[in-house]
Design a protein around this ligand. Structure first.
Ligand code: 3PG
Ligand code: CO
Length: 564
C-alpha cells in the first residue's frame, strides 16, 4: 500500500533486531517509602537510568496528552496503549461521552432513540456498569446524567446492576457511591419512574473479566444481573456490601465482592432481565465489557450456559470493538484511531512478534491496533499469549513475568523477527492490590526479566526501547493536595489501589544504536505518543509526518559511521 510506505531514516540503520518493552503501571514518582520501584531492588532499571541519562527520560502519560478530559485524570491501559500504537493524541472515550452529554447530542443519537423506543413501549431499562468516579471505565456523573435523561424521556421502569470498584478509586468507597445512586433513584421515583438497584458484585469477581482470562467472572454476572440468581440475597445494595464484607473481611473488598441480588420482602428479585427489555452498558471503556456484550448479543454463544437468553436491545455507552461491530448499537461513536504504527511497519515488511500474558495481552494487540481485535497482517505478525494464572495477584506477584521474558528472548534471537514487543503486566496488576511488599516483588521480577532481555539484545547486536504506559506502583499511598501521604489516625498512609499521576520512563539503547543517538531536551509537553515516532526511527524509518515528533537527536561530537 503506497499510502503506508515509509522513508528510510537518513542516519539510523535498518535491520537491527528491535526490542520494545512496555512496563505497565510503571511510573517515576516521588522517591519515598510508598514508591514500590524506589523501595525495591531494581538494579537494571536504576543502572540504565544513571549510566545513560541522555538515553533515559520521562513522558507524560495522563491528562491532555492521552486525550482525557482533565489533568486530574490519571493515565490508563486503554488510552496509553492507543497512544503508543498510533503516535497521535486521540480525544478519548471519556471525553467523547462528556461532549455528547453536554451538547445533548447523545439524546438525539440512534442508540438513544433505539433504547427509548423500547422503554416507551413498556420495556424495563437496565443499566449495567462500574459504579465509581474513576473515569477509567466509567464515570458516576455520566451515569447520573443518563438516569435523569431517561426518566425525563418517559422511562417508567429502571433497574441498576452495579459493579463495585475499589481499583480505580480507593477501596471502601463503594458504599458512598451506592448512597449517591440511591438518592438519584429516589429523585427519579418522584417523577414516576420505578427505579431500583437490582444486582451487583465486585468488578474483579463479577462481570468485568477481560481478554478471556476467566469466563467464570462473566458467568457470575450473568446469573446475578440477568437471571436474578445468587447465593447472596439482600434487601438493598448497601446491606449486600456491608454484610458480605463482614462475613469475610480478609477476602472480600470492593474489587472482589461476591455477586449479589437485591430482593423484595418476599424474596423475589427486584429486576431480572427479560425479553423486550433494554440494557445500556454505561462503561465507555472496551476491554472489560466485550465478553458480557458477547453474552448478550451472540446467537451461538458457548462460553457458559446462559440458561435463558433474553431478547433485549443491547446498547453500549461507546462501541467496544469497531471491527466486530460489538455491539451494533451504542450511544456515542468510538474514537477513530487509524494510521497505526503497526500498519506502517507491516507495509514495510517488518516481521513483528508480540508477547504478554492474558491479563494484558489485548493492551499490546487490541489497544495498540486502535481497538481492533484481529491482526493487522496475518503473515508478518505473531501474537503469543502466555496464560495468566487465575489467582489473586498479590499471592503470586511475579505472575508470568519470567515466561514472557523467556519467550521474548527466544523470539529476539530466533532471527525470525525484526521487532519484538513485550508487555509486563505484573507491576500494574499487583499495584492495584495496594500490597506494597508484593508490588516490590513484582517490580524486582520484572527488573530481572529486563536483564535477560537486554542480554538478548546484546547477543544479537540489537536496539531496545523500554517505556511505561502509565503510573501505578510508583505511588502506593493516597495523597494530600501538597503531595504528602494521607494518614489515618494511627499515622499510616491510606493505601492507593489506582493508577498514579506519575510520568513514565522511556529508555533506549543496545549495541545496534549508534553512539551519537540521544534524547532531545527541547520538546515541550512530551507524552506517550512521542514514543511512537521514536521507535519507528529506531527501526530505521522516518516516522509519518502527522505523528507526534520523535524524541531523538544526534550528538555530532560522537558521530561514527554506521554503515547506512
Ligand atoms: C483495570 O481495568 O484493571 C483498571 O481499571 C485499569 O487498569 P489498566 O488501565 O492498567 O488496564
Ligand atoms: Co492498571
Amino acid at each position: 500500500d503506497p499510502e503506508y510506505q515509509l522513508y528510510a531514516h537518513p542516519l539510523l540503520p535498518r535491520g537491527k533486531p528491535f526490542l520494545l518493552v512496555v512496563l505497565s503501571g510503571w511510573g517515576e514518582g516521588k522517591e519515598d517509602e510508598y514508591n514500590a520501584i524506589h523501595k525495591s531492588n531494581c538494579v537494571i532499571i536504576k543502572r540504565l537510568r544513571n549510566i545513560y541519562p541522555w538515553r533515559w527520560r520521562t513522558l507524560k502519560a495522563h491528562g491532555d496528552v492521552v486525550g482525557l478530559p482533565t489533568e486530574n485524570d490519571p493515565g490508563n491501559g486503554e488510552v496509553g496503549n492507543n497512544a503508543l500504537g498510533c503516535g497521535k493524541i486521540i480525544i478519548q472515550r471519556a471525553s467523547l461521552v462528556d461532549t455528547a452529554i453536554a451538547s445533548g447530542e447523545l439524546y438525539k443519537g440512534a442508540g438513544w432513540l433505539y433504547s427509548k423506543e423500547a422503554w416507551v413501549n413498556g420495556g424495563t431499562l437496565h443499566l449495567i456498569g462500574l459504579l465509581s468516579d474513576g473515569g477509567v471505565h466509567s464515570r458516576y456523573d455520566q451515569l447520573a446524567a443518563i438516569i435523569r435523561a431517561a426518566a425525563d424521556h418517559c422511562c417508567k421502569k429502571m433497574r441498576l446492576h452495579i459493579l463495585t470498584d475499589g481499583r480505580d478509586v480507593p477501596d471502601g468507597t463503594s458504599l458512598g457511591f451506592v448512597e449517591q445512586l440511591e438518592k438519584e433513584l429516589e429523585g427519579v421515583r418522584k417523577y414516576g419512574c420505578d427505579a431500583q438497584i437490582a444486582s451487583g458484585g465486585g468488578r474483579m469477581f463479577v462481570t468485568m473479566d477481560r481478554y478471556e482470562a476467566d469466563w467464570r467472572i462473566v458467568q457470575r454476572g450473568w446469573y446475578a444481573h440477568v437471571l436474578g440468581v445468587s447465593p447472596h440475597k439482600f434487601e438493598s445494595a448497601t446491606e449486600a456490601i456491608t454484610k458480605l464484607k463482614q462475613a469475610d473481611p480478609k477476602q472480600v473488598n470492593d474489587q472482589f465482592l461476591p455477586p449479589f441480588v437485591v430482593v423484595r420482602k418476599n424474596g423475589q428479585p427486584w429486576g431480572i432481565i427479560e425479553d423486550e427489555d433494554i440494557v445500556i452498558n454505561f462503561n465507555f471503556r472496551a476491554d472489560r465489557m466485550i465478553q458480557l456484550s458477547k453474552a448478550f448479543v451472540d446467537e451461538n454463544f458457548d462460553k457458559f450456559d446462559r440458561v435463558r437468553w433474553p431478547n433485549v436491545r443491547y446498547v453500549a455507552m461507546v462501541q467496544y470493538d469497531v471491527e466486530a461491530k460489538l455491539p451494533v448499537h451504542f450511544l456515542v461513536a468510538p474514537p477513530v484511531i487509524d494510521k497505526l504504527s503497526g500498519k506502517y511497519l507491516c507495509a514495510n515488511g517488518i516481521r513483528t512478534f508480540v508477547v504478554s500474558e492474558s491479563q494484558k495481552m489485548g493492551h499490546v494487540t487490541f489497544n495498540w491496533n486502535g481497538n481492533c481485535g484481529s491482526k493487522l497482517d496475518q503473515r508478518l505478525e505473531t501474537y503469543h499469549e502466555v496464560q495468566s494464572e487465575n489467582v489473586r495477584f498479590e499471592l503470586e506477584p511475579e505472575m508470568r513475568t519470567r515466561t514472557i521474558a523467556r519467550v521474548a528472548h527466544d523470539a529476539l534471537l530466533s532471527g525470525l523477527y525484526d521487532y519484538v514487543r513485550v508487555m509486563f503486566a505484573a507491576a500494574d496488576m499487583v499495584g492495584h492490590t495496594h500490597d506494597l511488599e508484593a508490588t516490590k516483588r513484582a517490580c524486582e521480577c520484572i527488573d530481572a526479566a529486563i536483564k535477560l532481555l537486554l542480554n538478548g539484545v546484546d547477543k544479537c547486536g540489537g536496539v531496545f526501547m523500554i517505556v511505561g504506559d502509565h503510573g501505578n506502583c510508583d505511588d502506593m499511598a493516597q495523597r494530600e493536595k501538597d503531595g504528602n501521604p494521607l494518614l489515618d489516625d494511627k499515622g499510616r498512609a491510606h493505601p492507593k489501589t489506582s493508577h498514579s499521576m506519575g510520568e513514565v520512563p522511556i529508555g533506549i539503547g543496545g549495541p545496534g544504536l549508534p553512539r551519537c543517538v540521544r534524547f532531545r531536551k527541547n520538546l515541550r509537553n512530551v507524552g506517550l505518543a512521542n514514543a511512537t515516532a521514536t521507535f519507528m526511527n529506531l527501526l530505521g524509518f522516518e516516522a509519518p509526518y502527522h505523528y507526534e515528533p520523535s524524541l531523538l537527536t544526534f550528538d555530532w561530537n560522537k558521530w561514527e559511521f554506521t554503515g547506512v
